[in-house]
Design a protein around this ligand. Structure first.
Ligand code: ARG
Length: 586
């Protein structure tokens, strides 16, 4: 692995040393480098520095310019406006930088961080015996992309699928199964669809008896007690619901082209044993107090409509533990046993108050220490074309598989229309990659906390900011590379570059910085925006700079093929971090 210093960093370094030579008392020197239309980069931090040092910005800028040696990397630097510097790089530096990245394989010259932390990502957390909905889709897609990006930066990530596998609702289900054994086929014998339809049937049947038969209701209530006290037979029946549900979950995740590991499915029930201790410690430390029989935590700044404080309930008056207790116990496990330095919860923004209270309580208890960050990446709602929460025409929640199947179907139409030399099997395979990619990209390309419209027509459109557009850009480059035949990508640093080549080259140089920024800010949409811009810059480069026809001189062709191939590799890597495939042919 050979890491390559970004050109922006070399420029920044030179500026910083020129600045501190001119203004030795300036300690927080920050040249604030931006990509600019007028030159390759513009530095505008000098204005602020000059103000601080009470010196003339134009003069300071001129002194800095005098302190910079032009040549290898910087071709030209000039003062523009008060305290602004316009910086132009040499063509040679751009090509050599690309060549070095090209030689580094998949990492594209991007070094992983020297001191990685451990991030526990809580995502893709459906509920046992329940159908998954679009909210679960968002959590899965965003969480998976976050992990991809974080892993690339060298961070160690651990996934936690905090599935809803515990609670009083299991009393009814288990009691029904106890009285009607054989209603759930063994998990090993069913596929995802059968599993879910079995679970739905059992749910409906048990609900009907529960609502109409008082005696059954009472037996169901006793069953909850048996479950909580660890009765063996009851636990076995409960396990059947969990296993059957997992078959279903896995089938959906597989459709989503997402790898979920069994050892990372650690549901609410996994924290049962630790919950009494969590409650005891909170009470002993005075973080929680008894109120009307329940054990609760109060917060000064969290109040309801009537200005009454809204408490976090750790233990109910009847002794039962709920959602908050399992999350608090999970934090202890993640920090103490997994040694997490960051916790992310990719959970619907509507649960943000819950997490605010849980984090605050955990901080007071000393379980979340200063060295550990905790963040609820609350995502917005998926809306239908009418701008209202996404529902079927009948007003029901949309089944996740139906939605994914429809996306793949639409993608098949798009692929078929464009396909020239693809067999029907190939079309189907591409349709999977295009359809699922479209769903993921639509989700990831908007800021996660915003709502977004689920609009399949727009998602699979070839024009605009879609994954299909990026996938086509990638496939097109593969076709160019094939057509180039014997001419292979090779660097020729002595060549002069076209403005479109320079723009593309500099953008390629920024891949690592973009991934690091997007990962640190938990902002996959920043990587998506980068990739979209990359494809656009490629399009204008390919428009203006012939690669194959009309054939340019050999060196120029080779150098341009290098730009092509680097664009393809960067697209491929970037999309892979987001969980999206890039087929070789489309
Ligand atoms: N299962 C929950 C739901 O469907 C999400 C769990 C989120 N994670 C957590 N640690 N509470 O709404």
């Amino acid at each position: 692995m050979a890491s390559v210093t970004p050109l922006s960093a070399s420029v920044e370094q030179q500026l910083t040393s020129a600045l501190s030579a001119t203004l030795p008392e300036a300690t927080d020197v920050d040249p604030l480098l931006r990509r600019s239309d007028r030159a390759d980069y513009q530095a505008n931090g000098i204005l602020a520095l000059a103000k601080k040092a009470k010196s003339n910005p134009r003069e300071l800028a001129a002194q800095v310019v005098a302190g910079i040696t032009t040549g290898d990397v910087i071709k030209d630097v000039e003062v523009s406006g008060p305290g602004f510097l316009n910086i132009t790089l040499t063509d040679r530096a751009i090509t050599e930088n690309l060549a070095a990245r090209y030689a580094d394989g998949d990492r594209l010259g991007v070094a992983p961080k020297a001191e990685p932390g451990i991030t526990v990502v809580d995502y893709a957390q459906p509920n046992v015996a329940k159908e998954m909905h679009v909210g679960h889709l968002r959590s899965a897609v965003i969480g998976d992309a976050l992990r991809g990006m974080l892993d690339f930066t060298g961070e160690k990530t651990i996934g936690r699928h905090h599935i809803g596998d515990w609670g009083t609702q299991f009393g009814m289900l288990i009691q029904h199964l106890f009285e009607n054994p054989g209603e759930l086929a063994p998990a090993a014998e069913v596929d995802g669809e059968q599993a879910m339809s079995n679970l739905n049937r059992v749910y409906k049947a048990s609900r009907a008896v529960f609502d109409s038969d008082e005696e059954f209701k009472e037996r169901a209530r006793k069953r909850v007690v048996a479950l909580q006290s660890g009765d063996k037979e009851t636990l076995e029946l409960w396990q059947q619901f969990v296993d059957e549900s997992k078959v279903y979950f896995y089938s959906v995740f597989e459709k989503l082209d997402m790898e979920i590991r069994d050892d990372e499915i650690v549901g609410e029930s996994a924290y049962n044993d630790g919950m009494p201790e969590t409650a005891r410690l909170l009470e002993e430390m005075g973080v929680a107090e008894r109120s009307e029989g329940a054990l609760v935590v109060f917060f000064d700044d969290i109040r309801g409509k009537d200005d009454k404080p809204v408490p976090l309930i750790v233990q109910k008056a009847d002794g039962g533990f709920g959602y908050a207790a399992s999350d608090l116990t999970a934090i202890r496990n993640r920090v103490t046993d997994l040694h997490a330095t960051s916790l992310i919860y990719v959970v619907d923004v509507r649960q943000s108050l819950h997490f605010k209270m849980v984090f605050e309580a955990a901080r007071r208890a000393g379980w979340l220490t200063d060295g550990v960050t905790a963040h609820n990446m609350g995502y917005g709602t998926v809306l239908g074309a009418d701008g209202k929460p996404f529902k079927t025409r009948e007003g029901e929640t949309v089944r996740l598989e139906d939605l994914l199947d429809e996306a793949v179907q639409r993608a098949a139409e798009v692929v078929r229309e464009k396909a020239q030399d693809l067999t029907e099997d190939e079309i189907q395979e591409r349709a999977q990659q295009v359809g699922i990619g479209a769903v993921k990209y639509a989700d990831l390309s908007t800021s996660p906390n915003r709502d977004y419209k689920f609009d399949l027509d727009q998602m699979v459109s070839l024009n605009g900011d879609t994954s299909v557009y990026l996938q086509y850009a990638y496939a097109r480059i593969q076709s160019i590379l094939r057509k180039a035949g014997e001419t292979k990508p090779a660097a020729h640093p002595e060549l002069e570059l076209h403005a479109a080549e320079r723009a593309l080259g500099l953008h390629l140089d920024a891949f690592g910085d973009t991934v690091f920024e997007a990962a640190a800010e938990y902002a996959p949409h920043k990587l998506a925006a980068y990739l979209y811009q990359l494809a656009s810059l490629f399009t204008s480069f390919y428009d203006k700079c012939p690669v194959i026809k009309p054939a340019p001189p050999k060196e120029i062709a080779e150098n341009r093929l290098l730009l092509c191939d680097m664009t393809a590799r960067t697209l491929h890597q970037g999309m892979a971090l987001l969980g999206i495939r890039t087929p070789e042919r489309l």
